[in-house]
Design a binder for this molecule. Structure first.
Ligand SMILES: O=C(O)CCC(=O)C(=O)O
Ligand SMILES: [Fe+2]
Length: 335
């Protein structure tokens, strides 16, 4: 029987620390992992100041003029980091209505000169989210009847952070099209506008879109494609999208990174026996969800790092032709 969902569950990480309540939290989390793939976490211990500093910086950053933003243009970065303007990205065949700054754990030197305080703010935020995302993996492992540190050997030394701005649009339209997160393990998203500003939606197994409202004090947490691979499809990455609305919206996704050297054999083999022996089964999914690109799963790329480069080149073909001309055929015309 298909177990479907109509709203996104909330997991209280503070409760997980109470030995009397922990078993119930683990049971709830297990249900989310097997049937939903999307959740909120609250009582997450990331400092209010670290979050507020970043939220304040967002407004300043996106008000810089185009010339200032373009000083760190993503199209000049072989690492696909920096600024990309509205209209430069395509998802599910349509142009996305958003502009964004992309960062990573190993930060590039050419920072946004027009706004010097940004660097320590982003670094502090990445450090806090790195810790939260690692601690969260222990809970996830336990909820799947595995030793707490089972997932740590898969982790990368590098995680990615995006600062995203969806300009207001009277006609509505696509903020970002339907997709699964391809950048790694787990995503931790801060909805950084006022609570009434909507936009994020999740696709259910039965093919309905469910709103993910902004609940203050929480992060939205969701499974990325890498985690789906390592759990042999027992925990599915869930399709989601953002609709543009009559008010501008800010968000900050943190993408927990997966080790670049990871091969498909290692990724799918390591926990196979565990999931088979314990009677876990591959999760249900909508037909549309199944069609979303999964190059790593289909075996086209040798390593996770390779599949990341492919995804990035496909999203930003201009950067691809500038820095990876030799690879273009392999990645872009590989269907
Ligand atoms: O802006 C959001 O709420 C979600 C963004 C997102 O899904 C992404 O960048 O992968
Ligand atoms: Fe996403």
């Amino acid at each position: 029987m298909t177990v479907d969902f109509t709203s996104i569950p909330i997991i209280d990480l503070g409760e997980a620390e109470d030995p009397a309540i922990r078993p119930r939290v683990l049971e709830e989390l297990r249900h989310v992992l097997l049937n939903v793939g999307f959740l909120y976490v609250r009582n997450h211990r990331v400092s209010k100041k670290v979050i507020q500093d970043l939220v304040t910086a967002l407004a300043v950053l996106f008000r810089l003029n185009e010339q200032e933003k373009d000083e760190v243009a993503l199209c000049n970065s072989p690492h696909f980091l920096g600024y990309s303007g509205t209209g430069s990205e395509t998802t599910a065949g349509r142009t996305d209505g958003r502009e964004q700054f992309e960062f990573a754990t190993e930060l590039r030197d050419d920072w946004v000169e027009a706004y010097p305080p940004l660097r320590p703010i982003v670094n502090a935020y990445i450090a806090s989210l790195t810790q939260l995302s690692q601690d969260f993996l222990n809970l996830v492992a336990e909820a799947l009847s595995l030793p707490p540190r089972t997932f740590h050997p898969f982790l990368s030394d590098q995680h990615r952070l995006k600062l995203v701005h969806y300009p207001a649009s009277d006609e509505g339209g696509q903020g970002v099209g339907p997709h699964k997160d391809s950048s790694g393990w787990w995503t931790f998203l801060l909805q950084a506008s006022l609570p009434h500003v909507k936009g994020l939606q999740v696709f259910t197994k039965n093919g309905d879109w469910v709103d993910v409202p902004n609940i203050p004090g929480t992060f939205v947490v969701n499974i990325g494609q890498g985690f789906e691979v390592v759990t042999n499809g027992v925990c599915k990455a869930t399709t989601h999208r953002v609709l543009s609305g009559s008010e501008e919206r800010f968000s900050v996704p943190f993408f927990q990174g997966l080790r670049r050297s990871l091969t498909k054999t290692e990724a799918t083999g390591r926990l196979k026996e565990h999931f088979e022996q314990r009677g876990f089964r591959v999760a249900d999914e909508s037909d549309e969800g199944r069609q979303i690109d999964g190059a790593f799963l289909r075996g086209k790329c040798a390593t996770w790092g390779d599949s990341q480069l492919r995804t990035k080149i496909q999203s930003h073909p201009d950067v691809g032709s500038k820095f990876y001309g030799d690879y273009l055929d392999r990645y872009v015309n590989d269907e």
